[in-house]
Write a new protein. Structure first.
Length: 419
């Protein structure tokens, strides 16, 4: 009986080991068969691509455009497979040759099991044009950069939205780059007069100065032209402002909060002692920019104006908070009279007044006569800095002035450079 039991135990151990080996062998065989089928499908797809006319060699809605589907599902050998096709121009000019960005095309086919992202087979081939690349085309080269990090953004979608060959679309590579090659030259007028490029990425927005019709995002193209541009995007940030009095209690009176930076300045009206700002004067707050935040309210109330980077830990934290302590001061008036370098009146310009006995930062806007009159704390000839930020057609102007010592008005002439 003992011998029989021992024999059964040994048999069970050997059978288990054999079953595991057999199972692994069957899985390996199945995987090998799947890869073989996938390689056959990929090879067949490449042959189909090589037989196409060169101008048709591209993907539907792709860059370059063509007749191939970028993704499709096939059933072969009992397997359901996803076939992905990517066609791209290759920039490989001869030494001393003209850069066209379209010397030939590269076709890559990737086959995966349906619902999986792990490639079973991946094959690539290069296809040469029937003749030398034409020199009567243009090239647009785009790089997308995170403005807050100053780093390229991969996986962003760049769209060519107008121009003779629009629409075109492509996704940025690991360097944040996209090229649109072999583009027909633009014409003098109409919808084909300019090419426009825009970018989109989840959770991002584009800097206003990189949106069409700005020069960074809109261009004409002549034969042989190469247009290089950088489009800057960022994750929106929020500045939370809390207003308190000298006792630390909420300051709920209507208050004008001025926010200024090298990008410009503007104001918002805050009631209830609290506000969350994502933009000022229609311009978005941009990450990793130093903002100066000051405030003023009726009755001669002002706050000191701290300067801080918004936010403090981009992009992991997209919010910043500042507390402004409102205190009463004796006030006077400071008037800036703006003219440009030709002597003409400058109206509609933002004027930022900072420093003084309360270390304030308040703003005003010049009227039709070029005058901006702003209430400021008075003192014993307090020294104020006056800044006029750059705007379209004008440069930056900065000067200092001794402010009012009482309730009177001090006027200063400021010359704004005309560009």
């Amino acid at each position: 009986m003992i011998e029989v039991l021992l024999a059964m135990v040994v048999f069970a151990i050997l059978a288990t080991a054999f079953a595991s080996t057999l199972s692994a062998t069957l899985r390996s065989f199945a995987n090998s068969k799947a890869r073989t089928v996938a390689e056959q499908v990929a090879s067949s797809q490449l042959e189909d691509a090589r037989r196409l006319a060169y101008d048709d060699l591209g993907t539907v809605g792709g860059n370059p455009p063509g007749v191939l589907q970028p993704s499709r599902t096939v059933t072969n050998g009992g397997q359901v497979l996803t076939v992905g096709v990517d066609v791209s121009y290759v920039d490989d000019p001869l030494p001393g040759g003209v850069e066209t960005g379209a010397n030939y095309k590269s076709v890559q086919v990737t086959v995966t099991t349906a619902g999986s992202t792990t490639p079973l087979a991946q094959m690539t081939t290069d296809v040469a044009p029937p003749s030398a690349p034409a020199q009567d085309k243009g090239l647009i080269k785009v790089q997308v950069v995170d403005e807050g990090l100053k780093q390229p953004v991969s996986g962003a979608v760049v769209n060519l939205g107008s121009g003779p060959d629009a629409p075109l679309s492509d996704t940025t590579d690991t360097d944040g780059k996209v090229r649109f090659a072999a583009l027909a030259p633009t014409t003098a007028s109409g919808s084909n007069s300019k090419y426009e490029v825009t970018v989109s990425a989840p959770g991002y927005q584009t800097l206003p100065e990189d949106l069409p019709p700005t020069p960074a995002a809109r261009t004409s193209l002549s034969a042989g032209d190469v247009f290089n541009t950088v489009l800057r995007i960022f994750r929106p940030v929020t500045l939370t402002v809390d207003l308190v009095d000298g006792a630390g209690l909420p300051f709920t009176a209507p208050t004008t909060v001025a926010v200024s930076s090298p990008r410009g300045a503007g104001t918002v009206t805050v009631t209830g002692g609290h506000a969350s700002l994502t933009q000022v004067a229609g311009a978005p707050l941009v990450p990793n920019v130093s903002y100066t935040i000051g405030s003023t309210a009726a009755g001669g109330y002002f706050s000191a104006a701290p300067t801080q980077v918004v936010p403090s830990a981009y992009p992991t934290d997209l919010t910043s908070q500042v507390t402004l302590v409102m205190a009463p001061y004796a006030t006077g008036m400071l008037t800036a009279r703006l003219t440009d370098s030709t002597g003409a009146v400058v109206s509609g310009a933002t004027v930022v007044v900072s420093d003084g006995p309360a270390s304030i930062a308040v703003t005003g806007v010049s009227d039709a006569s070029g005058l901006a009159t702003i209430a400021v704390p008075s003192g014993s000839a307090p020294l104020y800095t006056i800044d006029v930020p750059a705007r379209a057609g004008y440069g930056t102007a900065t000067t200092t002035v001794a402010g009012p010592s009482g309730t009177g008005t001090v006027t200063i002439d400021v010359t704004v450079p005309k560009l």
